[in-house]
Write a protein that binds this ligand. Structure first.
Ligand SMILES: [Zn+2]
Length: 278
């Protein structure tokens, strides 16, 4: 089967470009927080991430307040996730699955506003985050207050899905997890940026795919030129060696498969190019 993938942005953060790309000293970058609505004919509606949101704006812990000070964000009324979904003809209660690429606040910032749906996430990632001490947790930008009160009852582990072997056309990626049960939505591990990060490979048609790579890169230049982020974005990377290894894999994959758009969650140019083609 094939899926429709609709991208939209739930708020944005504005930063100097050198924060996310080495060598871009004087430019300002507009960093949207992307979410995606994926329509599968049988599995229903899958929401990829939730962007920023009111729950993050209200979060009262010291760590969350510090995060907002360092990386200030805005969510205009028209960018709130319920507004985007309504424009797509979708009510919040119609979402069948929420897929979390990772637990950073700009990806789970609206999660508390999303009722009922099962929440697919990396259990290994969440367990590792749960073992961190307070300061380590703050450095990992993990704010448990952003998880809904019924998270445990709704939680589903990506690692418990069936594995899909990827043929040689997907090298250097070799396997993923089957989100919809028919190989049309495949979760791919993208370690390094954050604990338990996964991207989604989505089949849109015969030989038509899109790869949502979450924060494995911030901009497409990170992938094409292997331009690494500076401080403080670089300092937020959980495991720099794994981050570089994942970025190299994406670089290699893009070279082999230029037909597959790679969409980093904060790359305005990649998101706009994809939206333009739809
Ligand atoms: Zn992140």
């Amino acid at each position: 089967m094939t899926v429709d993938v609709h991208l939209f942005c739930v708020g944005h953060c504005r930063n100097r470009a050198w924060l996310v790309e080495s060598g871009s000293w004087f430019e300002d970058l507009h960093l949207p927080a992307m979410a995606a609505l994926i329509r599968h004919p049988k599995a229903g509606l899958v929401l990829f991430d939730t962007g920023y949101g009111a729950p993050l704006a209200r979060a009262g812990s010291l760590a969350a307040r510090l995060y907002r000070r360092i990386l200030p964000f805005q969510v205009r009324a028209e960018d709130a996730i319920p507004v985007h979904l309504r424009a797509l003809g979708v009510g919040l209660s119609e979402i069948a699955t929420i897929f979390l690429s990772h637990f950073h606040p700009d990806h789970i910032g609206s999660l508390r506003e999303m009722p009922a749906a099962p929440i697919l996430h990396s259990r290994a990632g969440l367990e590792a985050l749960g073992k961190l001490t307070g300061p380590q947790r703050a450095r990992a930008a993990f704010f448990p207050e952003l998880l809904p009160a019924d998270f445990a009852a709704r939680a589903r582990a990506i690692e418990e899905l069936a594995m899909v072997e990827l043929d040689e056309t997907w090298r250097p990626f070799t396997a993923g997890y089957d989100v919809a049960g028919d190989g049309s939505i495949v979760a791919i591990a993208l370690p390094g940026h954050a604990l338990g990060q996964y991207g989604l490979l989505c089949r849109k048609g015969e030989n038509r795919w899109v790869f949502l790579v979450a924060d494995a890169a911030w901009t497409r230049r990170n992938i094409s030129d292997l331009a690494l982020p500076g401080w403080p974005a670089g300092a937020l990377i959980g495991d720099p060696a794994a981050f570089r290894a994942t970025l190299k894999k994406l670089h290699e994959f893009q070279r082999r498969r230029p037909d597959v758009p790679l969409i980093p969650s904060h790359c305005e140019a990649s998101i706009a190019a994809y939206q333009h083609e739809q």
